[in-house]
Design a protein around this ligand. Structure first.
Ligand SMILES: Cc1ncc(COP(=O)(O)O)c(C=O)c1O
Length: 417
């Protein structure tokens, strides 16, 4: 088995390109946004990749995201800052399928990645590229999971990390970020307010801005979800992908992955319908989708239990909406009640503790099977983007007092509501 972390492989990046205007920028230089203030996408010599590597070559490579190295931006293996980015499993939900009366339901469980979330995919790429390009300090706004991944990979790479998060970010995330070595600040605002602190402080403090879609490489890491999913399904794509959408990096990244895979001949022209799932308390993309707009307005008073998708405004809004529309998917919002009910049901029926964002996709599936927007024959993939263990859990637990005789009748009669 070839070790992806030490084997040098040919790389094929040609340039960076504005996702909106097509403006081209040189590769291998530090970059944030394009001149138009829009996200930059990494472009590759796809014909070169097609000639250099085949699907069969992957079989001899270790099962981590670096197996797709030719489709990734890092030039030298020595710059890879790895914590073991394992391929994440696809897990069927047979009981939920029966109960909901749908087609096959598959969860891609991203909670197995370092720092317990799919943010590891984006940040391992951003930090490896930062190392390659000589960055010393990285700053970011986060709803929790991305900050933890940034802190971990920066500590590993010897890069300083500075993180700003909304004051009500789940406690475990904030503490984890601090323990992993970042300077972390709680801010009495939302992620967009935190993002502004990073932008405004960039010059003064010499930070490299690592906010969502504000540098080109996180998306390349998230792209591996699409590469991996296609490979795991034997180079078939599912009918529908439900993705919990905040900044949308993963949805945009997967859409890019499928286009690149088709260009190198590894998949055909069939695409999954991409469904952006948001919470009713923060649904700017759904609002823009329903209004037929290409850009989304700032969502006022954003609030939801699914912290990761509490993103009131996204710089890549048009890329999310383009992918949703081109794929003939849609954007949909679910209530916090439906999210919590889906999380509970999945944990109890299937033994899988989804994070609230992941549970939002299950709630959306239930809702849209009922509405008919998802067909009962369709094979659906839900993204569980983090382990449910990183969030507060509110279940009732009974107590036994050892100063009294243990009452077995009471124990047996107690039911977990
Ligand atoms: C668990 C979880 N799910 C979903 C998201 C949203 O991800 P994206 O920015 O790719 O839309 C986040 C982002 O913080 C998250 O932490």
């Amino acid at each position: 088995m070839q070790d992806n972390l030490t084997t040098e492989r040919a790389t094929f990046v040609t340039h960076l390109e504005c996702g909106m205007t097509g403006e081209k920028l040189a590769a291998d230089k530090l970059a944030n946004l394009s001149a138009a203030g829009k996200p930059l996408l990494v472009r590759y010599d796809l014909a070169g990749i097609k000639a250099a590597v085949s699907r069969d070559d992957l079989a001899g490579r270790t099962p981590d995201l670096w197996r797709y190295r030719e489709l990734l931006p890092v030039r030298r293996a020595s710059n890879i800052v790895s914590l073991g980015e394992t391929m994440t499993p696809l897990i069927g939900l047979p009981k939920m399928q029966k109960q909901l009366g749908g087609g096959e339901i598959i969860v891609k469980d991203e909670g197995r990645l370092p720092t317990g979330s799919f943010k590891a995919r984006g940040l391992v790429m951003a930090v490896s590229m930062a190392k390659e390009l000589g960055v010393r300090k990285m700053a970011m706004a986060t709803n929790g999971n991305a900050g933890a991944a940034l802190a971990a990979y920066c500590s590993r790479a010897g890069i300083e990390s500075i993180v700003f998060c909304p004051a009500d970010t789940p406690e475990i995330n904030v503490r984890e970020i601090a323990l992993q070595g970042a300077r972390v600040y709680r801010v009495n605002g939302l992620i967009n307010n935190c993002g502004k602190i990073v932008v405004d402080g960039r010059e003064a403090a010499n930070w490299f801005e690592t906010n969502t879609l504000k540098e080109p490489y996180r998306i390349e890491g998230k792209k591996t979800m699409g590469l991996e999913l296609a490979e795991q399904l034997n180079w078939e794509v599912p009918d529908v992908i439900l993705y919990p959408t905040g900044g949308g990096t993963g949805l945009i990244g997967m859409w890019k992955a499928f286009a690149e895979l088709e260009a190198i001949g590894w998949i055909g022209s069939r695409r999954p319908r991409m469904v952006a799932v948001q919470a009713e308390g923060c649904a700017p993309i759904v609002k823009a989708y329903e209004a037929g707009d290409r850009h989304a307005e700032l969502w006022q008073d954003a609030s939801t239990v699914a912290a990761g998708i509490r993103v009131p405004i996204a710089v890549g809004d048009f890329l999310i909406l383009d992918a949703v529309r081109e794929s003939e998917g849609f954007a949909v919002a679910v209530s916090d009640e439906a999210i919590m009910a889906a999380q509970r049901q999945c944990a109890r029926e299937e033994g899988i503790l989804l994070c609230p964002e992941g549970a939002a996709t299950l709630a959306a599936l239930e809702q849209e099977l009922a509405s008919g927007r998802i067909g009962r024959h369709e094979r659906v993939v839900l993204f569980n983007c983090a382990t449910g263990l990183k969030y507060p859990i509110q279940e009732n637990v009974a107590t036994i007092d050892l100063s009294q005789p243990v009452d077995y009748q009471w124990i047996e009669s107690f039911s977990n509501p």
